[in-house]
Design a protein around this ligand. Structure first.
Ligand code: FE2
Ligand code: FE2
Length: 137
């Protein structure tokens, strides 16, 4: 997967849009599962994983690169730290996809956890990381 071909400003708008879409997609997966429609819930879960994979690649290849190019190691640390959340977020979404292979018993709890950790991560990106990147452009 390659970063999307967007200017940084345009990319940030797209990333913010996706931050707003994610909770609804998570709720959609949970509700579709809870009404017993597993074959409907699974594609939404895969859609979430694909969306987050592309989203994370864009943030690390484009947004983080601006930080690393323009700030020294000490100045960049708090922004790099926000990007470290991606490891736990992607692990959580992979675990959720895998949990569907073993009877969906863990899936709702994993999706609820994903909603929680991604909300805090998105808040940090929108309040701390994105404004800094826009300032550095
Ligand atoms: Fe992120
Ligand atoms: Fe993000």
């Amino acid at each position: 997967m390659k970063p999307r071909n967007l200017e940084p400003k345009e990319l940030i708008e797209k990333l913010k849009e996706e931050h707003r879409e994610l909770p609804a997609l998570i709720d959609d997966t949970i509700l579709t599962y809870q009404v017993g429609n597993l074959s409907g819930a699974f594609p939404v879960l895969v859609q979430i994983r694909d969306l987050l994979s592309q989203h994370t690649i864009d943030e690390e290849a484009v947004i983080l690169k601006i930080i690393l190019d323009k700030l020294n190691k000490e100045e960049s640390e708090k922004y790099v730290d926000i990007m470290r959340d991606h490891v736990a977020i992607m692990k959580n979404v992979d675990d959720a996809v895998e949990s569907t292979y073993t009877g969906w018993t863990e899936t709702v709890a994993l999706m609820e956890n994903l909603r929680k950790i991604s909300a805090e991560h998105h808040r940090r990106e929108e309040e701390i990381l994105f404004p800094k990147v826009l300032e550095l452009l």
